[in-house]
Design a protein around this ligand. Sequence first.
Ligand code: DGL
Length: 258
Amino acid sequence: MNNAPIGIYDSGLGGLTVWREVRRALPGESLVYLGDGKNCPYGSRPREEICRLADDAVGTLVDRGCKLIVVACNTATAAAIGFLRRKYATIPIVGMEPAVKPACLATRSGVVGVLATERSLDGELFRRTAARYGRGVQVITAPGRGFVELVENDREQTAEAEACVRRAVEGMLSAGADQIVLGCTHYPFLLPTLKRVVAGRGVTIVDPSPAVANRVGQLLDEFGLHATPDRLPAYEFLTFADEAYRQHLAAKALHSLR
Ligand code: DGL
């Protein structure tokens, strides 16, 4: 079991921002990345549908023999993590937590912005996390409208992307936010654009993916599941879309390591 791969799943290309951090933190581990692609974006789909899609994806990774699974999608985590952990109870499953806690602890202005998909923001997981850590802090949320489509089409560095980002963060910036949480795994691909838009405003951008990679390492320790050092890691990419999309996944993964 130790040399079985870690499975990482997202609606599309976004989870590659988590894949990259897991690969960095755990260079000896083999990884199977499943980017649905066929049903992306998930962001405004009904909860039941996302649950069914997440079940198909996690089931596929389980059939591939994965020893641990990362649901590298905030939207699927919000909709399905409880269900997935019950159904696949013998496999550790790591989900995405909106990084509201570190942002609320770090804010000096008392205003924190959160960017995420509609479905993540109206979910129980986000409401609970914001209520728990956001006491005394003003938490302003906004959906990253168009962000997922920009990333899926490699259009992160365009004027259109800059306009979308500007629109999304306008409200939180004018309210004085000094922390902006990225609550969707696609959004770190827009980091250079986001940094340009908030330049000079004293804003810290919080990306939870390094913390998720850490958590994966802790669970491998806990379950004694680290790969043995005599094996070279392998990286595999899967999708429910077509071969062109699968190749796009592999190329974007490689590009994300630069
Ligand atoms: N990357 C995803 C997330 O973290 C899903 C985005 C989408 O498919 O709408 O929420």
